[in-house]
Design a protein around this ligand. Structure first.
Ligand code: HEM
Length: 405
């Protein structure tokens, strides 16, 4: 389709199978011809790198508080309570308090200490894959890693981790631009079950606290030394958010990254030949196929954007997937280059809400992908992968593979 038509026809509420398979021609068309695009519901869709940075950095004019937007979307439901209590959908000071507590447990030292367990986990998964002729890249590998890592972070007993992934998929699925009654019902049930589970976990942890330097849950329960504590509701919903935030996104970093390498054999060989490129390669995977493609903000101070007046109360969607391929910021942006530097991508956003788990996600991505490649350099897809079919969280549900090409 002609670029102009792609931009004209773009409607976040009616997306085509071609768009889900490859949204980048549409994003490019929008960036080039209508970088501040009005949607039918009165919101605006932003695709330029500089516009996203401005929005992320100006928390006063671009609010993350979603109470107004989510009230009609979810009604008086647990999904509403959950999303509006999560730190990511709040402004300071509620945001700052929770963020400080979480960040304390995600210090560089705490993360470095996780590496040994992570390597052991990844190697166990690779050993299991080695016994099979065919394997499932998402289920047998990419999805199996974050659930354990985040489980360890909150010290969830191993035999209680199984439902976490489905709860998380159901709750995040309800953040899509269009939510059917079934998706909403599944999301609400997941919040209900998740809360019930966490209530028991928190009660146990209150009775027997863990090490606050390592265990985020103990840290959130005990609060800051200056006496700052979370309410019970804040505590439970932010634990749910933390468990969710690190799941699907990291699974998709690993899945999207290994698919991108398979699609770009020269880059794959380059990385195999020089494993020291793993850090820049992971950054490029994050840029090229960002697992979180959209962010949202509400304009709360009247302004002008791209020559268009924006009154307070205008919702904007920040398209990370488009900004990460903006030629004004990245040279040859459609090229997948495992050695790309500089690479100031926005996969983790920027500013006050920049991903609190990015150091952990980077470590997981690097360990998982480097060790997978070293073990199975000839891996190849063995069937059509199935996409998640979501616009916000980009990734695959299933990627059938073989280890020997
Ligand atoms: C590849 C993996 C990941 C990606 C692409 C990703 C992406 C993002 C993005 C774009 C945001 C900003 C949202 C916004 O304000 O609009 C965010 C926030 C957040 N992420 Fe991640 N994330 C990843 C992994 C993780 C992990 C592993 C954790 C937890 C251990 C985590 C925890 C958080 C938290 C707590 C926030 C909220 C920060 C705040 O509002 O101050 N994320 N993430």
């Amino acid at each position: 389709m002609h670029a102009r038509a792609l931009a004209d026809d773009f409607d976040l509420e009616h997306l085509t199978p071609e768009f889900y398979a490859n949204p980048y021609p549409t994003y490019r068309a929008l960036r080039e011809s209508e970088p501040v695009k009005r949607m039918r519901n009165g919101s605006y869709f932003l695709t330029r790198y500089d516009d996203l940075v401005t929005a992320y950095k100006n928390t006063r004019a671009y609010s993350s508080d979603k109470k107004k937007e989510f009230a009609p979307k979810y009604g008086e439901t647990l999904l509403y309570e959950h999303h509006t209590t999560s730190l990511v959908f709040n402004d300071p000071p509620a945001h700052t308090r929770v963020r400080r507590l979480i960040m304390g447990a995600l210090s560089p030292r705490a993360i470095a200490e996780m590496e040994g367990d992570l390597v052991r986990l990844v190697d166990t998964l690779l050993d299991r894959i080695a016994t099979k002729e065919k394997f499932e890249l998402i289920e047998d590998f990419a999805a199996a890693i974050p659930v354990e890592v985040i489980g360890n972070l909150l010290d969830v007993p191993h035999d209680e981790r199984e439902p976490l992934r489905d709860w998380s998929l159901a709750i995040l699925g309800a953040l899509e631009p269009v939510v059917s009654p079934e998706v909403a019902a599944r999301g609400n049930k997941a919040v209900k079950d998740f809360l019930a589970y966490l209530e028991t976990l928190v009660a146990r942890r209150r009775a027997t606290p863990g090490d606050p330097a390592r265990d985020v849950l103990t840290r959130l329960i005990q609060g800051e030394e200056n006496g700052e504590r979370l309410t019970e509701k804040e505590l439970l919903h932010n634990c749910i958010f933390l468990l969710n935030a690190g799941h699907e996104t990291t699974t998709n970093l690993i899945g999207n990254g290994l698919v991108a390498l398979d699609d770009h054999p020269i880059e794959k060989q380059r990385l195999i030949g020089d494993p020291t490129l793993i850090k820049t390669a992971v950054e490029e995977m994050l840029r090229f196929e960002s697992s979180n493609q959209l962010g949202n903000r509400m304009i709360v101070e009247q302004m002008e954007l791209g020559g268009i007046p924006m009154p307070a109360g205008t919702p904007v969607t920040l398209c990370i997937g488009a900004a990460n391929r903006d030629p004004a910021q990245f040279s040859d942006p459609e090229r997948f280059d495992v050695g790309r530097t500089p690479n100031r991508h926005l996969a983790f956003a920027t500013g006050a809400h920049q991903c609190a788990g990015m150091a952990l996600a980077r470590l997981e991505g690097a360990v998982a992908i480097a060790r997978f490649l070293a073990r199975f350099p000839k891996y190849a897809r063995a069937g059509e992968p199935i996409r998640g079919g979501r616009v916000r969280f980009r990734g695959f549900l299933s990627i059938p593979c073989t280890t020997e090409g």
